[in-house]
Design a protein around this ligand. Structure first.
Ligand code: CA
Ligand code: CA
Length: 71
């Protein structure tokens, strides 16, 4: 199971920003070996159970649940 978490590098590969604000990440928690931009197509940030919820990049059009920040 994975959840979307708003981050993306779709505009500039390897430069990760929050989709809603455009801010560059100040903190990251990637799984070792991620983000791997698999098949040249992974541009959106997920929290992945198989990675103990460390971060993964995945295909942006996957149908997944999501997490969001409570203000
Ligand atoms: Ca990417
Ligand atoms: Ca990946």
């Amino acid at each position: 199971m994975q959840f979307w978490a708003d981050g993306t590098d779709k505009d500039t590969e390897g430069t990760w920003i929050w989709g809603t604000t455009g801010e560059h990440f100040e903190i990251s928690d990637w799984q070792a070996g991620e983000p791997n931009h698999e098949a040249g197509e992974e541009d959106c940030l997920t929290l992945f159970r198989n990675y103990d919820y460390h971060w993964n990049d995945d295909l942006c059009d996957r149908l997944l649940g999501y997490v969001c920040e409570k203000e």
